[in-house]
Ligand binder design. Structure first.
Ligand SMILES: [Zn+2]
Length: 95
């Protein structure tokens, strides 16, 4: 049976990383896992999961909103602003 190169814990052939020390058995699986984690982070599902699994849900939500806002390009922010103004004008004209 193979062993983890980092801590020597017997490795399961199906597992990608060591259950004992958490290190990956090969560089490629490590890169793939990192990529998946990164993609997961950027999806709405990943964001929701992080907010829901956080201890401070309110704080996490604020942090996510800040991240989304920081990630927006100027054009994106402008488009959001235009939509907001349009909706506001619509509401005002209906009232
Ligand atoms: Zn290990």
């Amino acid at each position: 049976m193979n062993k983890c190169s980092v801590c020597g814990h017997p490795r399961n052939d199906q597992a990608m990383k060591c259950p004992e020390c958490g290190s990956f058995y090969s560089k490629i699986t490590e890169i793939i896992a990192e990529q998946e984690a990164l993609e997961e982070m950027q999806t709405l599902r990943g964001r929701c999961k992080r907010i829901l699994t956080s201890n401070e849900v309110k704080q996490a939500l604020l942090e996510e909103l800040k991240l989304i806002w920081a990630g927006l390009t100027k054009t994106g922010a402008f488009a959001l602003f235009v939509i907001f103004v349009f909706v506001f004008a619509l509401i005002v004209s209906v009232l």
